[in-house]
Design a protein around this ligand. Structure first.
Ligand SMILES: [Zn+2]
Ligand SMILES: [Zn+2]
Length: 238
């Protein structure tokens, strides 16, 4: 009597390698490491990343304020939005670009390709990195044994970015000072708020709107001008 290694009791149907997926692979997927739904979801997340990066990068610019590098400036020292370290870290040199780049390097090594060319700063690099990973995703899901971990990392990266970009995480809205719009012979003065999830500031008092970095700078400059003028008037009245 001898065992039949091919007996159905002992045969384990292959499953997707992605952590927390574990779907049984279809016959048409035989030989793959990751299932097709995991591949599709990852492709969608990759497509989202450049847009999320741009949104967070704009937020980061607003957080850093309108200051020119190098100090001596006539502008305000207060950034329009209080800095959030998670946002600055994600768009900085160790953030989204570095995490995508680590995956590209690993895939290139597995493919036996040369190392990736220098892709520039994170703003320049992210679209190229996403392009490389998207173009080679089918290969990775089919033939790269560590793809499960990479799919999981991309999923985490995407949800971190999406949560910050949507302003889901606190502190959400923050006070950014009074509305400087001239109304009659004074100023509107309504308290303005901003959120890390939207680049639009809307005044509920006078209907004023500011949304681009240039407009944010104008808003900040106008607020500073009002402060100076109010101080002057107070001085003159005293
Ligand atoms: Zn899967
Ligand atoms: Zn207003």
């Amino acid at each position: 009597m001898h065992d039949h290694p091919t007996s159905l009791d002992q045969y384990e149907w292959p499953t997707c390698i992605t952590p927390r997926c574990g779907r049984q692979l279809w016959v048409a997927e035989a030989g793959r490491y990751a299932c097709r739904p995991c591949e599709d979801a990852t492709a969608r997340r990759l497509r989202d990343l450049p847009g999320l990066f741009r949104q967070l990068d704009t937020t980061a610019m607003l957080m850093r304020g309108a200051r020119r590098p190098g100090g001596a400036t006539s502008g305000s020292k207060t950034p329009p939005i209080p800095p959030r370290l998670e946002v600055l870290a994600l768009v900085g040199p160790g953030g989204i670009a570095a995490r995508l780049s680590a995956i590209e390097d690993a895939w290139r090594a597995a493919l036996g390709w040369t190392v990736a060319p220098w892709r520039g700063n994170p703003t320049q690099a992210v679209p190229h990195l996403v392009g490389f990973l998207g173009n080679n995703l089918l290969w990775a899901c089919s033939s790269y044994e560590s793809v499960g971990q990479d799919i999981d990392d991309l999923c985490k990266l995407h949800s971190e970015c999406a949560a910050l970009a949507s302003g889901e995480k606190r502190p959400g809205r923050v006070q950014i000072g009074a509305c400087p719009t001239v109304v009659g012979d004074g100023w509107c003065g309504t308290q303005l708020t901003a959120s890390t999830g939207s680049h639009r500031v809307h005044c509920g008092g006078c209907g004023g709107r500011w949304e681009t970095l240039g407009e944010w700078r104008e808003l900040r400059a106008a607020q500073d001008a009002v402060t100076v003028e109010q101080a002057t008037q107070t001085g003159a009245a005293a």
